[in-house]
Each structure stands twice: as structure tokens, then as C-alpha cells.
Design a protein around this ligand. Structure first.
Ligand code: RNT
Ligand code: ZN
Length: 411
């Protein structure tokens, strides 16, 4: 193998600090990343092709090659996944239903996703799900399930109930739990008088949505908070306190999105608190640049810190890792490959740490060694282990994948 020599050297070096690289590779192999389908078409979906993206989220750029049909999107996903080591999941939004029927969100049924399920089976991919409570005329007021309007509220409650059935169907058919994430853009552009009423309505709506019990073997459900959105700068119904309180009191998960907090807050520090109070956790790994901009995830300090928080204390087993970025200014397949491989690289780096030894040093109060060693370990040859893992997994090594993407652009 062309990566063998570098790997042998790395293995020896890591062994000297008590780290088994084979073990690290084995652990990485088992981690499924939930790859967001919406990076492939700028969050447009197929149900309402004419609708604008709304709900305070935005894609910018018009790089050619956006998937326009479910078949194209699946083909692009397959191509991206062929350049990412391991077996993963794809996260779908309700607007990605694959059907010719003219139906609205409150009429969706599992059968409208049958082609996705068949595809997932064929490719041994898991599926996750998201109700789509934005980009729709019924969300034009800026409110969905926390709206004061009974018709609007009922419409979205029905959509969410149906989404749960679709998720259950995914879990049952594919034999792996479908993670369903509920995010609502609800909020006010300007300063509200009554901050409580929408939250009370959201609480009641969620209770109604979740009133039917669904086996957690099939679907695990999360609520995603947000600090603000474009057009909802002054107030967000589903704030962090709201979602955390809801999840803890109702035995649900929260979804921590890296872009949904004040700029100096980081989700890497929230993981260990949340998981003291909930069974499981969902992450939306993203890269906010000055705001919730959903840039492609890079191997930066926060990504490494997220991976360390998960790995050092064994919280990874209770965490679902989903990606949430959408960049329309670069090749969309490349965006998936870059972001997903970076998530894996960060996990690998964390697996390659002698975390027990570091924890013991910290307990001893030897903060000098803590800083010295964590800094020195940063320049250990994790890249050689990554390259070997890629080659072993039958995917392109280092930047080889870029050529494939570039060639595909020319066809
Ligand atoms: C929006 C949330 C949400 C969406 C996706 C498309 O700010 O992060 O998760 O990005 O559902
Ligand atoms: Zn998100």
C-alpha cells in the first residue's frame, strides 16, 4: 500500500505515547456521519420548486451543477459518499419527497419517500429526517407552530405528525434509528411585547405533535434551538432555554447547531452539560462566519474541540453527528466531501490522543504538562494514519478526490 510507510512511522510514534492506531482506525470506521442532503441543491427540495428559501436561512452563490431532481441528487450523493471513508447516513428534509403527486406538507406519507428508502437499502445508507417548517406560504408570517393563527398552527402540527410517521418508516425499513430533527424559524423581527405567549403555544404544539408514542428503536427526536435568524433578530420562540427545557422535561434530545449561539459561545463546551440531563444528543456541525452562515466545515479549533468533547469522556456513544452547511459558491459535491472528511479527521485526531493519561495529569494539577503535551500532540503525524485509513477504505487518498470532482464538472 502506498500509505504503508508513513503509517508504520506514525504507528510507532503513537505507540510510544500509549496510543494504538489500529484501535483508533477501528473506532473511526464505526462512526456514521449524517450527511445533509440539502447541500446538494441549496435547500430547495422538490415539492415546491418555485418557492424561495425562507425562514431566516440563506444560501449564496450560483456555482453550476445544482441537483434539480431526486435522481440527480442521489447520484451526486453517491459520488460524494464514494470519496468519504466508511458507511454513513443521509439526512432528508420533507421537501425532498420523491413524488409526482401535487401534495402539500400536511399530506405527506411514507410512500412519498419510497424511492429514497430503496436507494438507501441498495447503498447501505441510513436515513435521518427533518420536517420542513420554512420556505412555504404558511410560514410567511414568520411563525409556524407558535403562530397565534389556528389554521397556521394546525397545518404545521399536522406536517410534524406526518414527519414522525415518515421517520418511523425509515427506521423500520432500514433497521437503524432515524434521527428526526425539529427546527422552527418562528420569531419576531422587532421587539415583542409578549415573549411568553408564542413559547407557550410552541410548548403545547410540541406536546401535541409528540402525543403519539413512537418506538425509539425507529426514531429518536430532537428539537433545535436558535439565538436569532435573518428577519427574526429580536426574538426566537425556540430559544436555547426553551429547547433544553423541553427536551429535558419530555425525554427528547436537543440539537446543538454550531451556528445557533452567540459568537463567543461554542457547542464543544455545551455537550458535556446537556448530556448530564438527556439520554442522547444531536449535533449540527456547521461553521458560522460572523453569523449562522453555514459555511463548509473546516478542520479548525472548534471542530477539534467538538471531537475532543465527544471522545475524551465517552460521550460519542450518546451523540448523533449531523452536518448542517450549505454553500452554493463552490462545487456542491466537493463541499460534502470536504466537510464530512474534516469531521472524520477531527474524530481521528481525538481518537489518537492518550486521553486517560491527559486526564490523570489534569487531576494531578499538573497544568504545565497538560498544556505542553496537548500542544506537542498537535504535530504528531495523524495525517499518515488518515491517509492509510482512506486507502484501506478504498477511497481517494489526500487530495486525489479533487481530480475526480473536477473531471466530473467537464462531462
Ligand atoms: C436553521 C437550522 C436548520 C436548517 C436545516 C436546513 O438555522 O440550522 O437545521 O439549517 O434544517
Ligand atoms: Zn441546524
Amino acid at each position: 500500500m502506498k500509505t504503508q510507510e508513513g503509517y508504520n512511522y506514525a504507528r510507532r510514534l503513537y505507540a510510544e505515547i500509549g496510543v494504538d492506531t489500529e484501535e483508533a482506525i477501528k473506532r473511526l470506521q464505526d462512526i456514521k456521519i449524517s450527511v445533509q442532503c440539502w447541500q446538494g441543491d441549496d435547500v430547495r427540495g422538490f415539492l415546491f420548486k418555485e418557492n424561495q428559501l425562507s425562514g431566516g436561512i440563506q444560501t449564496t452563490g450560483n456555482y453550476p451543477g445544482r441537483a434539480e431532481t431526486p435522481d440527480e441528487l442521489r447520484e451526486d450523493l453517491e459520488f460524494a459518499l464514494s470519496m468519504i471513508p466508511g458507511k454513513h447516513k443521509v439526512s432528508l428534509h420533507a421537501i425532498y419527497a420523491d413524488t409526482d403527486e401535487k401534495i402539500d406538507l400536511d399530506q405527506l406519507e411514507p410512500r412519498h419517500f419510497k424511492k429514497w428508502v430503496d436507494w438507501a437499502k441498495k447503498n447501505e445508507i441510513g436515513l435521518d429526517f427533518n420536517p420542513t417548517c420554512f420556505s412555504h406560504k404558511m410560514s410567511d408570517s414568520g411563525f409556524t407552530i407558535s403562530s397565534a393563527d389556528d389554521d397556521i398552527r394546525s397545518f404545521w402540527i399536522e406536517h410534524c405528525k406526518r414527519s414522525r410517521k415518515i421517520a418511523e418508516y425509515f427506521g423500520r425499513e432500514l433497521g437503524q434509528t432515524c434521527v428526526t430533527n425539529f427546527w422552527f424559524p418562528d420569531g419576531y423581527k422587532d421587539i415583542p411585547v409578549d415573549r411568553e405567549a408564542p413559547r407557550r403555544r410552541m410548548l403545547e404544539a410540541l406536546d401535541e405533535i409528540f402525543s403519539e408514542k413512537i418506538d425509539e428503536k425507529y426514531t429518536m427526536e430532537a428539537v433545535e434551538s436558535k439565538v436569532f435568524g435573518i428577519g427574526a433578530e429580536s426574538y426566537t420562540t425556540g430559544s436555547n432555554e426553551f429547547c433544553l427545557g423541553y427536551a429535558v422535561s419530555r425525554d427528547k434530545m436537543v440539537c446543538l447547531d454550531a451556528g445557533h449561539f452567540h459568537p463567543t459561545e461554542v457547542i464543544s463546551d455545551k455537550i458535556s452539560s446537556v448530556l448530564l440531563f438527556t439520554k442522547k444528543l444531536l449535533l449540527h456541525v456547521s461553521r458560522p462566519v460572523r453569523w449562522d452562515s453555514d459555511h463548509v466545515v473546516i478542520l479548525d479549533d472548534e471542530l477539534n474541540a467538538i471531537a475532543q468533547s465527544l471522545v475524551r469522556t465517552g460521550l460519542l456513544d450518546r451523540t448523533y453527528i449531523g452536518l448542517d452547511f450549505f454553500d452554493a459558491s463552490i462545487n456542491r459535491i466537493a463541499a460534502w466531501v470536504i466537510g464530512t472528511r474534516n469531521m472524520q479527521k477531527a474524530l481521528l485526531r481525538a481518537f489518537l490522543e492518550p486521553s486517560d493519561k491527559l486526564k490523570a495529569i489534569e487531576l494531578d494539577g499538573d497544568y504545565t504538562s497538560r498544556l505542553a503535551l496537548t500542544e506537542e500532540y498537535k504535530s504528531y503525524p495523524f495525517g499518515a494514519v488518515w491517509d492509510y485509513f482512506c486507502e484501506k477504505s478504498g477511497v481517494p487518498v489526500r487530495e486525489e478526490w479533487l481530480d475526480k470532482v473536477k473531471k466530473s464538472e467537464k462531462i
